[in-house]
Write a protein that binds this ligand. Structure first.
Ligand SMILES: [Zn+2]
Length: 249
């Protein structure tokens, strides 16, 4: 596909956003040899996701696979999607408000599923995103079956993050740029709580009143656009993104 086609086509742009966000998450140590980012295709019961085995730091828009919510490959064969696609399909079915999903194996997120009596809570101001709660799904195995995906979607419920016992994390957002920003802030918040606990002190999570105060001044779209542009530029400078990928919001 010619570059001009990529830039003039919103479908191609979506695939480019997924590829860019995936590479940037690798750059920021939010994703490594496994894990995957997907985006809902507007107006269709389908989404784009990367091939199972492509290195996450090298994914490209051209190799994105189109998959329906039951896991059938609609385009992109013979490339095959990751085994854990029931995570994505079942969440898109259950949550019409969700347009982007990342599943990763963020170590600090996993640690919070391994400590008795400890709940990951919103500590830093940007963690107000998870004010409704950060549930944990009890299934520690890879999510390869539809029933497992359904259970994970139930565990996520109306929230924006779900920890997966001894395995990983799934985040959901309204767009790929917002998903990248959420992944950055999720990591920051988990580190903040861990640092406080390692200092031997009791965490002081944001109170309901503080979260209300933050939300009164929240400008999520502006903030996500600003950070998306920041990380795209950082990725270009670092050689992580080709400089002709036009995905600035
Ligand atoms: Zn996994």
């Amino acid at each position: 596909m010619a570059d001009t086609d990529i830039r003039s086509n919103s479908d191609a742009r979506l695939r480019m956003e997924i590829a860019a966000a995936t590479r940037l998450m690798v750059m920021e140590n939010l994703l490594d040899y496994s894990g995957h980012v997907s985006a809902r295709i507007t107006g269709e019961d389908a989404y784009y996701i990367q091939p199972a085995t492509d290195p996450r730091g090298d994914v490209t828009p051209e190799r994105m696979i189109k998959v329906d919510f039951e896991g059938n490959v609609l385009s992109g064969a013979p490339l095959r999607p990751p085994f854990e696609i029931p995570i994505h399909g079942e969440i898109y079915k259950a949550r019409p408000d969700v347009n982007a999903v990342v599943h990763n194996h963020m170590e600090i997120a996993i640690w919070f599923t391994m400590m008795e009596g400890v709940q990951l809570v919103p500590m830093r101001a940007r963690a107000v995103r998870w004010a409704s709660g950060i549930p944990t799904d009890s299934d520690p195995s890879h999510i390869k079956l539809k029933q497992q995906g359904e259970k994970l979607a139930r565990s996520l419920g109306p929230h924006h993050a779900v920890l997966m016992r001894a395995h990983g994390l799934t985040l959901v957002a309204e767009s790929i740029p917002a998903l990248l920003v959420d992944a950055v802030h999720f990591d920051e918040n988990a580190r903040a709580q861990m640092e406080v606990m390692q200092a031997g002190r009791k965490p002081l999570p944001l109170t309901d009143e503080e979260m209300e105060q933050i939300n009164r001044h929240e400008m999520r779209d502006f903030h996500c656009g600003k950070l998306w542009a920041y990380y795209l530029r950082k990725g270009e400078k670092a050689g992580v993104l080709p400089d002709d990928w036009d995905v600035v919001k």
